[in-house]
Design a protein around this ligand. Structure first.
Ligand code: SF4
Length: 399
C-alpha cells in the first residue's frame, strides 16, 4: 500500500471520531454522517491551526449543513445533461467524464455530494458506455476527467482509462480535475507523473482555496506535475469564512503562481444543498476582483464566474469598468478609479455609423415562447423576473 492510500485508510470518517475529535453532539454527528459522510485525511487534518479556521470549515461537518434545505442537490443540472451514465455533455466540444466516486477528502461545500462518497454512486461498470459516447461524438475534442477525484484511482486503473481515451482520435486534450495536489499531495508520485506524461497533452485542474494549503508537500506535488510538462491550473471557490477577503485571495493567487499553478477560475459558491452557509454576496466577489486587478500580475487573476444554476454553464462577471459608451468613445475607470477615454477609430465607420456588436437582451414572454423572435435570450429557468443590478461604488485597494 502506498503512503497516500494509508492516509486515506487513516482518515477521520466515523461518527465516533467526529464526536471525539471535534466535540460534535452525537445525534448531530449521526445526521451529518447520513447527509454527507466525512473524510479528513491526516495530512489535511494537520493543516488545521485552530477550531473554526478556514481549513476546519472546509473539512469538518457543521450542523449548519442540516439547516439548509433550500439548496439544490444538483444545482448545475449535470444529471439532466447526461446522455449516458458518467458523461455530462453541456458545451459543444467538451465533455465531463466521471470516473470515480471517491475523493482524498470530502469537502463540506461539495456541489456533487449526490455522486461522491459511497462507491455505488458512480458505477465503474458503466465506464464502457461513456467511452462509446465519446467515440461516437466526434465534435468532442476536450474531455475533463472528474468524479470524485480521478487521482483516487490506482495508477493501473488510471492508465487503462487514459490509454482508452487516447485511442479516440478526435480527443485532442485530456484534463484531469483533481484536488489531490491540495488535500493529499502525497498522491503525486514520480511513478504517477511518469505514467501520465505518456498521454500528453494532459492538463490538471486543481483546487486550492486558501494560502495555508500551500505547504512544502503541495509545492512539491505541483512542481512534479509541472516538471512532467503537465500545465496545472487552479479553480477556487469563494466562501464565507474561508477566503472572502481580498488580501487572502491575493496571497493565495500569488503563492499559486510561485508553485507554477495558474489561477484559472474563481467561482461564486453554487446553490448546493447543505452549503448555503458558505455563500457570500456577489458584491463581495466583485470587490475582491476589483482589489486584485491592477494590484498584482494579471497572471495571478482568475476569471470570476458564476456556474449558472439550471445548467447554463460558466458566466463571467466583472466589476464595472465601463462608465459610458457611445458611437465615438468609451469612458472607463482604471484600478485607481481614474477616468480615461478611448476613441473609436473612424475607419470602423460605414455611412458615418460605428460598427456595432450588440447582443439583444430580450426575455421571452411566457405565452409566446421566445418573445418577439428577434434573437432574444430564453427565459431564465430559475427566475420569474430579472431586475437591474446596481453596481456598488468600490474603493481601490490602498496597496
Ligand atoms: S474533491 Fe471535489 S468532488 Fe470531492 S468532495 Fe471535494 S469538491 Fe467534491
Amino acid at each position: 500500500m502506498e503512503l497516500w492510500q494509508q492516509m486515506i485508510r487513516d482518515s477521520v470518517h466515523s461518527v465516533d471520531q467526529l464526536v471525539e475529535k471535534f466535540g460534535i453532539d452525537k445525534t448531530v454527528a449521526e445526521n451529518l454522517d447520513e447527509f454527507f459522510q466525512a473524510r479528513i485525511n491526516p495530512y489535511y487534518l494537520s493543516l488545521i491551526r485552530y477550531p473554526g479556521d478556514p481549513i476546519w470549515k472546509q473539512c469538518v461537518p457543521d450542523r449548519a449543513e442540516l439547516d439548509d434545505i433550500e439548496g439544490f442537490e444538483d444545482p448545475l443540472q449535470e444529471d439532466a445533461m447526461s446522455p449516458v451514465p458518467n458523461i455530462t455533455h453541456r458545451y459543444p466540444d467538451r465533455a465531463l467524464f466521471l470516473t470515480t466516486s471517491q475523493c482524498g477528502m470530502y469537502c463540506r461545500f461539495c456541489t456533487r455530494k449526490r455522486k461522491v462518497g459511497n462507491a455505488d454512486k458512480i458505477s465503474m461498470k458503466e465506464l464502457e458506455s461513456a467511452f462509446k459516447y465519446l467515440e461516437k461524438h466526434t465534435e468532442i475534442r476536450d474531455v475533463v476527467m472528474s468524479g470524485g477525484d480521478p487521482l483516487m484511482l490506482t495508477d493501473t486503473m488510471l492508465e487503462k482509462i487514459l490509454k482508452r481515451l487516447r485511442q479516440i482520435p478526435h480527443l485532442e486534450i485530456i484534463r484531469i480535475g483533481s484536488k489531490m495536489p491540495c488535500v493529499l499531495p502525497h498522491r503525486i508520485t514520480p511513478k504517477l507523473v511518469e505514467m501520465i506524461k505518456k498521454y500528453h497533452p494532459i492538463y490538471v485542474n486543481t483546487h486550492f482555496n486558501h494560502p495555508w494549503e500551500i505547504t512544502p508537500e503541495s509545492t512539491k506535488a505541483c512542481e512534479m506535475l509541472a516538471n512532467a510538462g503537465i500545465p496545472v491550473s487552479n479553480q477556487a471557490v469563494l466562501m464565507k469564512g474561508v477566503n472572502d477577503d481580498a488580501d487572502v485571495m491575493k496571497d493565495l493567487f500569488t503563492k499559486l503562481l510561485k508553485i507554477r499553478v495558474r489561477p484559472y477560475y474563481l467561482y461564486m459558491a453554487d446553490e448546493t444543498r447543505g452549503a448555503n452557509h458558505f455563500r457570500t454576496s456577489l458584491d463581495k466577489g466583485l470587490e475582491i476582483m476589483f482589489k486584485l486587478r491592477g494590484h498584482t500580475s494579471g497572471l495571478a487573476i482568475p476569471h470570476f464566474v458564476i456556474d449558472a444554476p439550471g445548467g447554463g454553464g460558466k458566466i463571467p462577471v466583472l466589476p464595472q469598468y465601463v462608465l459610458h459608451r457611445d458611437e465615438d468613445r468609451i469612458v472607463m475607470r482604471n484600478y485607481k478609479n481614474e477616468v480615461y477615454v478611448y476613441r473609436e477609430s473612424k475607419n470602423n465607420k460605414s455611412n458615418g455609423k460605428a460598427e456595432s456588436f450588440n447582443i439583444p437582451i430580450e426575455i421571452a414572454d411566457k405565452k409566446n415562447g421566445n418573445g418577439n423572435g428577434n434573437g432574444g435570450l430564453k427565459k431564465p429557468k430559475n427566475l420569474k423576473n430579472i431586475t437591474t443590478i446596481e453596481v456598488p461604488e468600490m474603493e481601490p485597494n490602498s496597496n
